[in-house]
Design a protein around this ligand. Structure first.
Ligand SMILES: Nc1ncnc2c1ncn2[C@@H]1O[C@H](COP(=O)(O)OP(=O)(O)OP(=O)(O)O)[C@@H](O)[C@H]1O
Ligand SMILES: [Mg+2]
Length: 275
């Protein structure tokens, strides 16, 4: 597309892990471009290589093959231009909500007044007003997850990489967090790459949904999701929208094909790719 800026470019990526019984091929060849301001979601069967791809983009693992660029520069390790939110919580139990969210800013040497302004805005955006001085153990799982999201946002990275960030919270809280994330993205215009097992979550949040095959995964389909009301996504209108429901069904079919393929082939951990 002319004029569009690639925030992330993955070119000819393929990854093998070394194990005692020899190399494990985590992914097939993956090519991917994510433009500035895009929200791209990724679904695929367990073990197909989603986290591997995300960690490579984050700079935590060095690709066996291929290259990854962020803002046109080769990724050689983690960087402040890319923030990561994992499923496992990464907040500090001995710091309050306010100090957790401001942690990265403290490390970066942001002036206290500026830090407090950024933190206060994020606390509002993620709905934690009134809980600023609580410690993580005094919060619910959903609230802790909001702290983790706000903390990543506070450092103001260009790109946010999220690996099943809401998988561990209850279903009702998850709906709220998804709506909040959609709103947060619309207000801050981040580029987001988001991994999930939830087909509806992928379609609700994504401008584009990518579907991976079973391991060693490659991207087998890409579905554009027309975003009618930027920033104004809510589950009621999403569920009532036949077009959105049709897209969910399409993605679900693509994902289930892979599960079927795995089941036919037997043990999912030792499936040999067809091609
Ligand atoms: N550090 C590692 N050492 C060896 N093998 C690994 C390592 N990390 C992942 N793998 C293997 O690579 C494959 C892909 O793993 P990955 O974590 O990327 O899958 P995933 O798609 O994120 O799965 P899930 O949906 O269950 O999180 C799996 O077969 C896994 O066993
Ligand atoms: Mg994973």
């Amino acid at each position: 597309m002319s004029g569009a800026v690639d925030k992330i470019e993955v070119a000819g990526f393929r990854h093998f892990f070394q194990s005692e019984s020899g190399p494990v091929q985590a992914t097939s060849i993956i090519d991917l471009r994510i433009q500035a301001g895009e929200f791209v979601t990724l679904v695929g069967p367990s073990g197909c290589g989603k986290t591997t791809l995300l960690k490579a983009i984050a700079g935590f693992i060095k690709p066996s093959e291929g290259r990854i660029f962020c803002n046109g520069r080769p990724v050689t390790g983690p960087g402040r231009d890319r923030g990561v939110v994992f499923q496992e919580l990464a907040i500090l139990p001995w710091r309050t909500v306010r100090r957790n969210i401001g942690h990265g800013l403290d490390i970066a040497g942001t002036k206290p007044a500026e830090r407090d302004r950024i933190v206060a805005r994020l606390i509002d955006l993620v709905g934690l007003r009134g809980f600023e001085d609580r410690y993580p153990h005094e919060l619910s799982g959903g609230m802790r997850q909001r702290v983790a999201v706000a903390r990543t946002w506070a450092a103001d990275p260009d790109v946010i990489l999220m690996d099943e960030p809401f998988a561990a919270v209850d279903a009702m809280t998850r709906l709220t967090l998804q709506e909040e994330l959609a709103r947060l993205c619309a207000t801050t215009n981040k580029t987001v790459f988001f991994i999930t097992h939830g087909v509806e979550e992928a379609v609700f949040l994504g401008d584009r949904v990518l579907v991976m095959t079973r391991r060693p995964g490659r991207i087998k389909a890409e579905i554009a999701v027309p975003r009618r009301t930027p920033g104004g996504r809510d589950w009621e209108s999403f569920t009532a929208d036949p077009e959105m429901q049709a897209i969910c069904e399409q993605v679900l079919r693509l994902v289930r094909e892979e599960r079927g393929a795995t089941l036919v082939a037997g043990d999912g951990a030792s499936v040999v790719p067809a091609a």
